[in-house]
Design a binder for this molecule. Structure first.
Ligand code: PMP
Length: 388
């Protein structure tokens, strides 16, 4: 018997055998020619995965929160106005990060939990103030809410704000065209749809963002995140020259380069389409099983995860039964509704079999906790989408 459970949480995700093998390569010096080549190539590939040919990539050891810290530390000066388009837990975090660097933060909130702020509200806020920067959480992992980044970025540009997108739960899964959509900074972490073990903060900054950074009047108030330190390092690796500021996460960078190569082999559009299709199948199954989702409509639903409310009379004990049946899922995260819902990540290398196996495990779990439904109804709904 295979002694493994499917890891279906919204990050960290499962990694390909090739990526995991790259983690185990014999350690090398961070200035060894073979490592310089791999790091240089990974940076080049980041531009292709973020779809930002004129962007400046940064890959630095740290988690996604460091990736949020970087644009905040490097673009905000005390007193700058920043607008946060708030869709939940990670938007709250971005507001806190910006405030830490002295930003005067205004937030546009959604009308209800599970919804995204309407474009008109964001436009009204942008019109009313001269914001240096605006942040958008592409997919709020806490609620499964996805935002219309393309339209929001267009608004931000129109009103002269730098557009910063938290793509931690979207880059390389959810459709995101950084340069075409006019996004000044997009950021993610290695452990989600990018498909590399946790530990790398990945940021791509477009020319307008780099220009704003170069025009700062005050020093960057974060030593480790300072682009003055990291920019020469990234440029050196791309030029295949040795350099040092902080020791790079050598094994993670090997793995990142392998994963980015696999992502580009699949092709970005094909990858976005696969995520969309699997997500549609998953969500159709959840509805067929009689469960509501946290996002209030398909327009504001992410494709990288699904966040169903527990059915009446069911609670978090469901997840223990689902795990016994072979799939590890995540509980709720957003404090106001934390105990009322759960989350399933379906991003990265996830395939049709993973989706069906997970739904089978959810059906098993639901019957174990005494929920009444027609066995197989979720699987049938997913199959109906997958066989279209
Ligand atoms: N933003 C979003 C949308 C996230 O999902 C997460 C992590 N789940 C973060 C930021 C923070 O990333 P990390 O946990 O790697 O610091």
């Amino acid at each position: 018997m295979k002694n493994r459970e499917l890891l279906m949480i919204p990050g960290p995700i499962e990694f390909t055998p090739e990526v995991l093998r790259a983690m185990g390569l014999a350690s090398t010096s961070h200035v060894a020619p073979n490592f310089i080549e791999v790091f240089g190539q990974a940076l080049e590939r980041m531009r292709d995965v973020f779809l930002c040919p004129s962007g400046q990539p940064f890959a630095v050891a740290g988690s996604g929160t460091l990736a949020m810290d970087m644009p905040a530390a490097n673009l905000i000066e005390p007193g700058d106005k920043a607008l946060v388009v708030n869709t939940g837990y990670f938007s709250d975090r971005f507001a806190a990060v910006l405030e830490r660097y002295g930003a005067d933060v205004t937030q546009v909130n959604a009308p209800a939990i599970g919804d995204a702020p309407p474009l008109e509200d964001v436009e009204a806020a942008l019109k009313g103030g001269s914001y240096k920067l605006m942040t958008v959480t592409h997919v709020d992992t806490s609620t499964g809410v996805g935002t219309d980044v393309k339209s929001l970025a267009a608004l931000g540009r129109q009103y002269g704000a730098l557009v910063v997108v938290d793509g931690v739960c979207s880059v390389a899964g959810e459709a995101l065209y950084q340069e075409d959509w006019g996004i000044d900074v997009a950021l993610t972490a290695s452990q989600k749809a990018v498909g590399t073990p946790p530990g790398l903060a990945l940021v791509v900054a477009g020319p307008k963002a780099m220009d704003a950074f170069h025009k700062r009047a005050t020093p960057v108030r974060n030593y480790y995140a300072d682009w003055n330190e990291w920019l020469p390092i990234m440029e050196a690796y791309e030029a295949r020259r040795p350099s040092y500021f902080g020791t790079p996460a050598v094994n993670l960078v090997w793995a990142l380069n392998v994963s980015l190569g696999q992502i580009l082999d699949e092709g970005m559009d094909a990858r976005f389409a696969r995520h969309r299709r699997l997500s549609e199948a998953f969500k159709a199954a959840i509805s067929a099983l009689g469960m509501k989702q946290v996002p209030v409509s398909p327009d504001v639903s992410a494709t990288t995860l699904t966040a169903p409310y527990y059915p009446q009379g069911v609670d978090v004990t469901l997840l223990g039964h689902v795990k016994e049946a072979g799939a590890i899922l995540a509980g709720g995260l957003y404090p106001p509704i934390k105990a009322e819902y759960f989350r399933i990540g379906h991003m990265g290398v996830v395939n049709q079999s993973d989706v069906l196996a997970t739904l089978g495990a959810i059906e098993t779990g639901l019957s174990r906790v005494g929920y009444k439904f027609e066995a197989g109804v979720g699987l049938a709904a997913a199959q109906a989408v997958l066989t279209q």
